[in-house]
Design a protein around this ligand. Structure first.
Ligand code: AMP
Ligand code: MG
Length: 469
C-alpha cells in the first residue's frame, strides 16, 4: 500500500515536472495532453487579461459616499443639472463687454456688485460703457462677455480704469460647457477616487451603488509554516504570505478569506483547495516549484484543473501557475489513484467557454517576494475584474538609474528598488537583497525595477521602467 502511494506520487510528480521542463523520460507521458506552457511575461499577462475580461462582479450594494473611496461604482452617475448652471466667473474682477476695451486704457462705470452665492437681480444688464464688480464663482450678468481681473484695474468711486485688453469669453465658463443635465459623468466600473467622489458629491449623491467585493481565499502551503502567534522551532518559519496577500487583496478591492495552512500532504491540501474554491478566486502560495513535495499542481490536476500557464519567464516568480477548475468538480472528484486524464488544454480560448462555470486559481510561488510580485503582475487583474472594475493595462513609469545594474539575461526581472529624488528628478536603484525570500530588504524598498530579458548591464543615467508598490 505504502509502495503504491509512493509510486503514484512519483508518477504524478513526473507529470508536474514535465509541465516545467523539456525532458519527457517515461512512457506514461506519451498518452498525456499537452502540458501548459511557460510563457513570456507579456504572454502570461495577456492570458490573464483575456480571462479577466470575461469575469463579472457578483452583486451590488448601496454605500454612503464617505464609505465609498476605493470601491467600484456599479451605476452611472448623471449630471442632475447643467454644469455650470450659470455662466461662472473664474476670477475676482469686473464683468465687462470685451469690445469696450478695444482701446486701452479703457474707462467704465461700475453699476453693480455680484458676489458668489448672491441671487442675480433679473433686471441687471451690462450695457456698453458699464461694468459690474464680480467675485470668483459668481454668475456673470447678462450683457457682459468677459471678466477682467482686478489686478489690471484701478478704481475711483464708480469709475474703473482697465489697462489690459481681453477677448470675449475670458474668465467666464459658459452654462453647460462642462456637462449638460443628464450627461453621464461616471460609468459603472470606475474606481471611486477623490475626483470621482467630487463628481458624485456635486450631483447630490450621498449614497452610491457599488459592486460587492469579491471574496478571495488565501491558502498557504508548506510543512515548515506555522501560524504567526505560536512558538516556533528553529526549522519552522512563520506564514507571512497569507498576511501580505490579505493586504494586497484588500488594496485591490477584494475581501480576503484566510484558510488554515495546508501541509505538504495531498489529501489535506485537496480538502482545503476544495474549500478555497467556494470563494470567487483562490490564491495558493508555495508548492509550485520543482521540489519533491511541491504538490499543488498535482492536486489541482486531480481536481480536473485546466492550466493556462505553469510558469512565466520572470524573476522572482518563475513557477507561477494560472488555471481554473470546472465548478462542482472539486466536490465530486475522488482522490487517490493516478487519474491523469484531464490536464492542460491550451487549445481552448476563453471566448469559447462560459466563465460562470469555472473557478479560477493562481498557484503563486512560496518565496515571499515572488508571492508579492506575482500577485501584482497576474492576480490583481482577475481580482479587479471580479470587483467590477473597467480593465486597465499595466503601465510602467520610468526613472533614471542611480547605480549600475549587472544581471544575467533570459528572464524579465522585477527587482526590489528604491525610488528617490524630488519633483521632476526621479532616481531609482536596486536594493541589496538576498533573493526572493528577503522580505526585510523588500520592505525597505518602495518599488521594483523592471529589467528586460535581453539586458545584462544597465548603465547609470539610463531610464528604466519601474513597477510602483
Ligand atoms: P515553495 O514555493 O513552497 O517551494 O517555497 C519557497 C520558499 O518560500 C521556501 O523557503 C518556503 O519556506 C517559503 N515560503 C513558502 N510559503 C511561505 C509562506 N506562506 N510564508 C513565508 N514563507 C513561505
Ligand atoms: Mg513548499
Amino acid at each position: 500500500m505504502l509502495v503504491g502511494v509512493q509510486l503514484s506520487r512519483t508518477s504524478e510528480h513526473a507529470l508536474a515536472y514535465i509541465g516545467k521542463s523539456k525532458i519527457p523520460t517515461c512512457r506514461i507521458i506519451l498518452s498525456m495532453p499537452t502540458p501548459a506552457p511557460i510563457l513570456s511575461f507579456e504572454q502570461a499577462r495577456h492570458k490573464v487579461e483575456q480571462h479577466a475580461a470575461r469575469l463579472r462582479p457578483r452583486g451590488k450594494v448601496l454605500v454612503k459616499l464617505l464609505d465609498s473611496p476605493g470601491q467600484i461604482l456599479a451605476e452611472p452617475v448623471l449630471a442632475d443639472r447643467d454644469f455650470p448652471s450659470f455662466p461662472r466667473a473664474t476670477r475676482d474682477g469686473y464683468a465687462v463687454r470685451a469690445a469696450d476695451l478695444a482701446e486701452l486704457p479703457g474707462t467704465l462705470k461700475v453699476i453693480a456688485e455680484i458676489k458668489a452665492g448672491a441671487e442675480v437681480d433679473p433686471s441687471l444688464k451690462i450695457e456698453s460703457g458699464q461694468a459690474a464688480a464680480i467675485m470668483t464663482g459668481a454668475p456673470a450678468p447678462p450683457g457682459c462677455d468677459a471678466v477682467v481681473m482686478v489686478e489690471y484695474t484701478s478704481r475711483d468711486g464708480d469709475q474703473i480704469t482697465i489697462t489690459k485688453g481681453l477677448s470675449a469669453g475670458d474668465n467666464i465658463v459658459p452654462i453647460a460647457s462642462e456637462a449638460k443635465r443628464g450627461d453621464r459623468l461616471l460609468s459603472p466600473g470606475a474606481r471611486l477616487d477623490h475626483a470621482a467622489i467630487a463628481v458624485a458629491a456635486s450631483v447630490g449623491r450621498s449614497r452610491l451603488l457599488v459592486y460587492s467585493k469579491p471574496r478571495v481565499t488565501v491558502l498557504a502551503t508548506g510543512d515548515e509554516l506555522m501560524d504567526i502567534d505560536v512558538p516556533l522551532a528553529l526549522h519552522q518559519i512563520r506564514n507571512s504570505n497569507t498576511y501580505s496577500l490579505a493586504a494586497q487583496i484588500q488594496a485591490a478591492g477584494g475581501e480576503p478569506v484566510l484558510l488554515p495552512i495546508a501541509p505538504d500532504q495531498p489529501e489535506r491540501l485537496r480538502e482545503l483547495i476544495a474549500e478555497g474554491l467556494e470563494a470567487d478566486l483562490l490564491l495558493l502560495t508555495g508548492g509550485v516549484s520543482m521540489g519533491k513535495y511541491d504538490l499543488v499542481e498535482q492536486v489541482l490536476t486531480q481536481l480536473q484543473a485546466e492550466f493556462f500557464f505553469t510558469g512565466a519567464q520572470i524573476q522572482p516568480g518563475r513557477p507561477v501557475v494560472f488555471g481554473r477548475i470546472p465548478a462542482g468538480l472539486q466536490e465530486s472528484t475522488s482522490l487517490g489513484g493516478h487519474d491523469f486524464s484531464p490536464v492542460a488544454t491550451n487549445a481552448k480560448e476563453p471566448e469559447a467557454l462560459a466563465p460562470e462555470g469555472h473557478k479560477y486559481f493562481f498557484g503563486l510561488p512560496g518565496n515571499p517576494v515572488s508571492t508579492m510580485v506575482t500577485f501584482e503582475l497576474f492576480a490583481r487583474p482577475m481580482l479587479e475584474a471580479l470587483a467590477g472594475m473597467i480593465p486597465r493595462k499595466l503601465i510602467f513609469l520610468h526613472a533614471k538609474l542611480k547605480s549600475e545594474i549587472k544581471t544575467k539575461p533570459g528572464l524579465k526581472r522585477f527587482l526590489p528598488a528604491t525610488l528617490s529624488g524630488e519633483f521632476e528628478q526621479a532616481e531609482v536603484e536596486l536594493t541589496r537583497w538576498q533573493g526572493s525570500g528577503d522580505i526585510a530588504a523588500t520592505a525597505k524598498a518602495n518599488c521594483y525595477i523592471v529589467i528586460p530579458p535581453d539586458r545584462d548591464r544597465i548603465a547609470v543615467g539610463e531610464w528604466v521602467p519601474v513597477l510602483m508598490r
